[in-house]
Design a protein around this ligand. Structure first.
Ligand code: NAD
Ligand code: TDX
Length: 339
C-alpha cells in the first residue's frame, strides 16, 4: 500500500508516520510537507533511511507540486494545515490558502488519480464552543459553528471533503478530534509552551480567567483512531475522537505542570485573553467506539507526566525550535500590547 501523508513533519503527522512504519512496515509512506515554521524533519530522524519512507518538500496549495506525488497513491492521510488559533487571529490569510485552497488542490489530485481513500484530519473546533456549566458534548449531529479564523478554515475544508464525496464520488473519511498533546508538539501550543517556559525559568501565560476547558487527547490515541478508521471506517463517514474524561481547566493544567517540574505557582501568570476564546470543548466518541472498537487508553495525569519527562529529556529538540521565527511570534503574541 502506498500512503501519501501531508504535513508529516508536524506534530501529529510525524507521530502518525513513526507509528505506521513500526506497525505496518510493508507499507510505503511519502511524507509531503512544505516545512513551514511548524514542520521539523528531526521528528523523523529515526526512520529517514528506511527504504519504505520518502520525504518530498512541497506545498499542498500548488497543483504542480501535488500532481507528481499523487501518482500511484492508494491512501491520502491529510494532516497539513496551519494549526495555531492565535496565529490565525494575527494573520488569517495563510490559513485560508493552506487549509481551504490546499485541501481543494489535494482533493482534485486525489480524484484524478483514483485514490482508494482520502482521509481528512479535522478538529472539534469546527463545532464552536460549549458552555462551562452545561453537560452537552459535541457529537456527529452537532451543527458547525466555527468561531476563529482557524476553525472557520477547517470547517471549510471539511465541507469541501464531503462535497467531493457526494458530488464526484471520492471515497473519503473524516476525523474531528480534540486537543492533542505528547512528544514533538510545537511549543506554541499550551502544554508544550507551559512546560518549556518553566524549564527556561519563564512563566506560563494563562489566558483570561484560566477557566477554559479542552478535551485532552494523547497523540498516540489519536494515531490509533486514524488507523482504525483507515482499516474499518465507512466511506463518506465522519468519526469523532476525544480523550479520557478528565476535564481540567487550563489553570489546573498550569498548576500540574509547575508541580511536575518542582516549581511553585509564581511561575504562572494571567495574561490578556485570546479574542473570541472558545470556553469549552468536550467530545462524545461513543459512536466511534461502537463502530470501530476504538477508545482512548492514555489517562491525562500519567501521560502529562510522561510528556513533561519527554520535554525534559529532549531540550535540544525544542531549544532549536524555539529560536528564530518563533521568537518574533512570541514577542508579538505575548509582549506587544498593540493588539
Ligand atoms: P502542526 O502545525 O504541528 O503541523 C502542520 C504541518 O503541516 C507542518 O509540518 C507544516 O510544515 C505542514 N504544512 C503547513 N502548511 C503546509 C502547506 N501549505 N503544504 C504542505 N505542508 C504544510 O499541526 P498538528 O498539530 O500536527 O496538526 C495536524 C492536523 O491535525 C491539522 O490539520 C490540524 O488542524 C489537526 N488537528 C490538530 C489538533 C491538535 O491538537 N494539534 C487537534 C485537532 C485537529
Ligand atoms: O499561551 C497560552 N495560554 C493559554 O491560556 C496558549 C497558547 C493557550 N492558552 C489556552 C487557550 C486554550 O484554551 O490553552 C488552551 C489550549 O490552547 P492551544 O494549545 O492554543 O489549543 P486550542 O486553541 O484549543 O487549539 C488546539 O486544539 C484543536 C490546536 O491548536 C488546534 O490545531 C486543534 O484543532
Amino acid at each position: 500500500m502506498k500512503i501519501l501523508v501531508t504535513g508529516g513533519a508536524g506534530f501529529i503527522g510525524s507521530n502518525f508516520i513513526l507509528y505506521w512504519i513500526k506497525n505496518h512496515p510493508e507499507d510505503e509512506i511519502i511524507n509531503f510537507d512544505a516545512l513551514t515554521y511548524a514542520g521539523n524533519l528531526e521528528n523523523l530522524k529515526s526512520i529517514e533511511d528506511n527504504p519504505n519512507y520518502k520525504f518530498v518538500k512541497g506545498n499542498i496549495a500548488q497543483s504542480n507540486e501535488v500532481g507528481p506525488v499523487m501518482s500511484g497513491v492508494d491512501i491520502v492521510v491529510h494532516f497539513a494545515a496551519e494549526s495555531h488559533v492565535d496565529r490565525s487571529i494575527l494573520e488569517p490569510s495563510s490559513f485560508i490558502l493552506t487549509n481551504i485552497v490546499g485541501t481543494q488542490v489535494l482533493l482534485d489530485a486525489a480524484l484524478k488519480n483514483n485514490v482508494k481513500r482520502f482521509h481528512h484530519i479535522s478538529t472539534d473546533e469546527v463545532f464552536g464552543e460549549l458552555d462551562l456549566n452545561d453537560t452537552n458534548k459535541f457529537n456527529e449531529r452537532t451543527n458547525y459553528n466555527p468561531r476563529s479564523p482557524y476553525s472557520a478554515t477547517k470547517a471549510g475544508s471539511d465541507h469541501l471533503v464531503r462535497a467531493y464525496h457526494f458530488t464526484y464520488g471520492l471515497p473519503i473519511t473524516i476525523t474531528n478530534c480534540s486537543n492533542n498533546y505528547g512528544p514533538y508538539q510545537f511549543p506554541e501550543k499550551f502544554i508544550p509552551l507551559a512546560i518549556t517556559n518553566v524549564i527556561e525559568g519563564k512563566k506560563i501565560p494563562v489566558y483570561g480567567d484560566g477557566l477554559y476547558i479542552r478535551d485532552w487527547l494523547y497523540v498516540e490515541d489519536h494515531v490509533r483512531a486514524i488507523e482504525k478508521v483507515l482499516e474499518r471506517g465507512k466511506v463518506g463517514k465522519t468519526y469523532l475522537i476525544g480523550g479520557m474524561t478528565e476535564l481540567y481547566p487550563n489553570i489546573e493544567i498550569a498548576k500540574k505542570i509547575v508541580r511536575l517540574l518542582g516549581k511553585d505557582e509564581s511561575f504562572i501568570e494571567f495574561v490578556k485573553d485570546r479574542l473570541g476564546h472558545d470556553r469549552r470543548y468536550d467530545v462524545d466518541w461513543s459512536k466511534t467506539k461502537e463502530e470501530l472498537g476504538w477508545e482512548p487508553q492514555h489517562n491525562f495525569d500519567d501521560w502529562l507526566k510522561k510528556t513533561v519527562e519527554w520535554y525534559k529529556e529532549n531540550e535540544s529538540w525544542w531549544k532549536k525550535v524555539k529560536s528564530g521565527e518563533y521568537k518574533k511570534y512570541y514577542k508579538t503574541q505575548y509582549e506587544d500590547g498593540s493588539r
